[in-house]
Every structure is written in structure tokens, then in C-alpha cells.
Design a binder for this molecule. Sequence first.
Ligand code: AP5
Length: 186
Amino acid sequence: MLVIFIGPPGSGKGTQASRLCEHLSIAHLSTGDMFRAAIQEETELGLQAQQYMDRGELVPDQLVVEMVAEALRNAPYGDGCLLDGFPRSLPQAEALDQILAGEEKQVDVVLELDVDDGILIERLLARKRPDDTLDTIHNRLKVYQEQTSPLLNYYRERRLLSTVNGEGTVDEVHREILEQALQKNE
Ligand code: AP5
């Protein structure tokens, strides 16, 4: 089963991805986590990514796609995989389709986490990650609207998209995600 999470910053992608992956025994691939690990290890990729992340911009598609293609080749695929934070632009979605076609795999479910901007900002300011400053959060929200939200139609047209209300408690959102993911995968 291949699941994609799409949602604005702070919508709970990381929180819910961990829980869903544990429940379904599938691998969790978070591009944000991969970049943060690369920054921590001070690799060339990390150095390049950091300048974009600090501004709340997307890391260039080519860098992201190469990193994900390699991770998918090495991921403990087993029963499947959840992509958290990828794709985030139309070129990334098209690149993913190509990668999967080459491996005779396909996207099974795309889950959108829908949360009001005011709640997102509150959650992110409370967390205090380096890119959780007010200016950067505003830019991340703008980038989401401009570059990532067009993916919703891309996957809606392919009948893969389900929208989940991400404003409930972590448990409530988890239950809805599980229901939607299993329904779509039937
Ligand atoms: P990434 O790490 O993916 O960050 P993001 O999309 O901005 O998302 P966040 O991690 O902020 O939030 P989330 O939705 O995962 O929510 P979380 O569970 O953490 O990306 C960071 C950067 O990397 C990007 O800006 C970009 O520069 C780069 N990047 C990554 N992928 C890329 C790509 N594909 N292409 C190009 N660039 C890329 O929750 C947030 C907070 O809310 C937490 O404190 C959590 O405890 C709390 N919370 C969660 N759920 C609830 C709930 N139901 N109720 C109350 N609190 C909750």
C-alpha cells in the first residue's frame, strides 16, 4: 500500500504518519526529516537544503526527487510506504509517477489533512522548530497554497484523494485517517 499525506505545515502529517505506519506496518518516508538529518550530518545535500528550509521555501525539485528515488529503492518496502511531505509540487508528483511506473507500483491513497490557518500557526509557534518563526510560517503557508495545493486536484482527478478534518484530537484524526485509508484501499 502506498499512501501520500498532503497538508499545510502543522496539519499533523508527521504526527499522524508515525501512527498510521505503526498501525499498518509500512515504512515512513518524510522528506522534511531526511533534510533535517542531512543538515545535522552536515552533508552537501543538508547544506544546500538548509538555505531553502530557513526561508520556508521548497528545496529544488531535482534535489528532492533524487533523494526520494534513492530512499524508495532502499526503503524496507514490505507491506508498503507512506510519503509524508512528498510530493509537494506538480513536477514532484509527475516524477513520482515515473519512478513508481518503473517499479510497477502505484499510489493507492492520498490523504489531505485540512486545518484552519489560525490553528496551524498556533501549533507551530508552540513547537519552536527553527523554521517555526512567524515570518517563516507565513511563507510556508503561502508556498503551500501556491505550489502544493494544486496537487489536490491532480489526485482528485485520479480518484485517489480523501480529505480528513485535521482539527480534532490526535486520536480522533488518527481514527478518521485509518477509516479513509482502508476505505480507499478496498
Ligand atoms: P516538513 O518537515 O515536511 O514540514 P512541514 O510540511 O512544514 O510540516 P510540519 O513538520 O511543520 O508539520 P506537520 O504537518 O508534519 O505536523 P506535525 O505532525 O509536525 O518540511 C520542512 C521543510 O523541508 C519545508 O519547508 C521545505 O523547505 C523542505 N521540504 C520538505 N519536503 C520537501 C519537498 N517534498 N519538496 C521541497 N522541499 C521540501 O505537527 C505540528 C505540531 O502540531 C506538533 O507540535 C504536533 O505535536 C502538533 N499537533 C499535531 N497534530 C495535532 C492535533 N491533532 N492537535 C493538536 N496538536 C497537534
